[in-house]
Design a protein around this ligand. Structure first.
Ligand SMILES: [Zn+2]
Length: 316
């Protein structure tokens, strides 16, 4: 009701032209370039674009998931803000009319959690590792600023960022849709609070940003490449059959191992040798990553990855 009133006064204040602009934006927001894929039983993946954040994808350039229960839906990751959350809600709405009652945040990136505020307003409970919540608190301002630049609008609209009300240190089990849903945080990876979500009865794994498929992963300032390798090794022991990576097509653990784990190991080895040879930071581009040049976004992301691994390994 509040939203309707607000939209109504907007129209009167700003005129038909802007109203038309808002309408066309709403149409885009309703798909935000997302595609739903049925995985098995009540479990679905929402596959987002693999390129950068944009006005069209609203920052939802990542994968999400949902599990339909008897009375409500568990959503895996809430999207990069309020509009982005509504786009995910609309996507879920094509499969079920049940409300989203629980949200899991698998990590600290904007598209994993900035939609929390919208779902919390609808009464959903939100679950994340304590390490993820600390990261959310730390980086919310920077993320909102970055998204505003990338999408051309404030991602939060009129809401304040909301972090999880249910937190855990290492593991949390949720019973939903007759299934046990295991959430596991085993250390920092792409972000300090990354978790995977595993459904043992169906052997389905949502990796969050611990695994990237088809595209080059990003080592960002808060990434811990050493711990990421170890976390991946632990995750790879799961007997998962269908794996939804944080980015990229639905896959398998062996394939994601090649695209994420092997890359991280290769990069750390290359940078380690570079450091052993007293390499200077200005020459960091000479670290050879070409074995992974087939991955999307390689050109744009690979040099920065080497730089940040260098900065971390200097202190190891
Ligand atoms: Zn991501």
């Amino acid at each position: 009701m509040v939203n309707l009133l607000r939209n109504g006064s907007l129209v009167i204040l700003l005129g038909v032209g802007l109203f038309m602009a808002c309408m066309s934006q709403t149409v885009l927001a309703n798909n935000a370039r997302l595609t739903t894929q049925h995985i098995s039983g009540p479990v679905y993946a929402i596959i987002g674009e693999m390129g950068n954040r944009s006005a069209e994808n609203l920052g939802n350039n990542a994968n999400f998931g949902f599990i339909v229960g008897d009375t409500g839906v568990v959503l895996i990751d809430s999207g990069a803000g309020t509009q982005a959350a509504k786009a995910i809600e609309a996507e879920v709405g094509q499969t079920t009319s049940l409300p989203i009652t629980t949200v899991i945040n698998t990590g600290g990136q904007d598209h994993r959690w900035l939609g929390n505020a919208y779902f919390a307003q609808q009464g959903a409970r939100i679950i994340a590792s304590s390490a993820a919540v600390a990261d959310h608190d730390e980086r919310a301002g920077d993320q909102i600023q970055g998204l505003t630049g990338a999408t051309g609008q404030n991602p939060m609209q009129n809401l304040e960022p909301v972090t999880a009300d249910i937190t855990f240190d290492q593991t949390y089990t949720l019973n939903h849709a007759g299934l046990e849903i295991h959430i596991s945080h085993q250390g920092g990876a792409h972000t300090p609070g990354d978790s995977w979500v595993y459904i043992p009865a169906l052997k389905i794994l949502f990796t969050g940003d611990i695994a990237y498929g088809d595209r080059m992963l990003g080592v960002i300032e808060v990434s811990n490449s050493q711990s990421w390798v170890e976390v991946f090794e632990t995750m790879a022991q799961l007997p998962a059959q269908q794996v939804i990576p944080g980015h990229g097509a639905v896959s398998t653990l062996p394939k994601l191992s090649e695209q994420t784990y092997s890359y991280l190991v290769h990069l750390r080895q290359g940078v380690g040798e570079f450091l052993d040879n007293d390499g200077d930071l200005v020459d960091i581009r000479t670290v050879d990553q070409s074995a992974f040049s087939h991955l999307l976004n390689y050109e744009g992301i690979a040099p920065g990855n080497a730089l940040r691994v260098f900065q971390q390994m200097e202190w190891e």
